[in-house]
Design a protein around this ligand. Structure first.
Ligand code: SAM
Length: 278
């Protein structure tokens, strides 16, 4: 049996495996497959969201650069993130509160059942405030303020579309405290360059400090996978590596991919992307 990712119109990624679950929720098509090389895999609307084998790269690089560079992260908002990987990494820090706004409870239930090693019980942490709702609506309506916003959304497909708009980013800026930072995934540099470029330009107009972070994630095909880090004040290129290294060892963080050197290396860009950020 083969399971195919159908995110890209003219390219398919096939992974040998069998379907364990397939159902349409009110928001999206959810599928879980058991595969030989990547363990259990979560698909939403045909796009690979996360796999047991390589999820740690994505979740560590979504969390640790921000949590270690922000001087005092206490309140964190996660938009999306239903598989619980971001929560697992986040709760390695002494933060006060993590509000997660996830639109589809089915994703949480499926992830707990078929991908338990990703959340590792983090949904039971008493610092979690879980809200089942549209993240774009929450951002517009909440009076709360956050040090960090992590947008762990799928690609701009279906309900996630609203999480790539100028209005959404203006809302993120509104809910961030004066020294706040946001991070979001912006897809494959090679296969989704338009998503990266348009979102970089949109975010750059709102956040003075905007950076592209590049990571290689095997099941997110198309070369480097990109994140955008957007801060009101913090310049991630000028952050003190010695300070970050000290925090990293003081917290005795256990990470499989992230380390402070990789954090700085991942912000270095090839010429074609240097053009974009000029
Ligand atoms: N690692 C994945 C990626 O890079 O594509 C993202 C993983 S996570 C499973 C994505 C989550 O975002 C899903 O659980 C989905 O239900 C949720 N989501 C999509 N649109 C949303 C919205 N408008 N508000 C809140 N959550 C949303």
């Amino acid at each position: 049996m083969w399971c195919y990712e159908t995110l890209h119109p003219d390219i398919k990624l096939g992974i040998k495996g069998k379907s364990l679950y397939k159902k349409k929720t009110a928001h999206q098509n959810c599928q879980i497959s058991k595969t030989k090389d990547f363990g259990n895999v979560l698909f939403l609307d045909g796009a690979i969201q996360t796999t047991e084998a390589d999820e740690y790269i994505y979740h560590e690089m979504l969390v640790h650069p921000l949590l270690l560079t922000h001087p005092k992260p206490e309140n964190v908002l996660i938009v999306g993130g239903g598989d619980g990987g971001v929560l697992r990494e986040l709760f390695k820090y002494p933060i006060k509160e993590a509000i997660m706004v996830e639109i589809d409870r089915t994703v949480i239930d499926l992830s707990k059942k078929y991908l338990p090693k990703i959340s590792k019980g983090s949904f039971r942490d008493n610092r979690l405030g879980l809200i089942i709702d549209d993240g774009a609506k929450y951002i517009k309506e909440t009076p709360k303020k956050f040090d960090i916003v992590i947008v762990d959304s799928p690609d701009p497909v279906g309900p996630a579309n609203a999480l790539f708009s100028k209005k959404f980013y203006q809302g993120v800026s509104k809910v961030l405290k004066p020294n706040g930072v946001m991070i979001r995934q912006t897809g494959s540099v090679f296969l989704q360059s338009e998503i990266l470029k348009s979102n970089y330009r949109r975010i750059k107009k709102i956040f003075p400090q905007t950076f592209i972070q590049l990571v290689s994630i095997p099941t997110y095909i198309g070369g480097f996978f990109s994140f955008i880090i957007a801060a009101k004040k913090i310049n991630f290129l000028k952050a003190k590596k010695s300070k970050i290294k000290k925090k990293y060892s003081k917290l005795n963080l256990k990470t499989k991919y992230y380390n402070p050197d990789i954090q700085f290396a991942s912000l270095q860009l090839p010429n074609n992307l240097k053009e974009l950020v000029k």
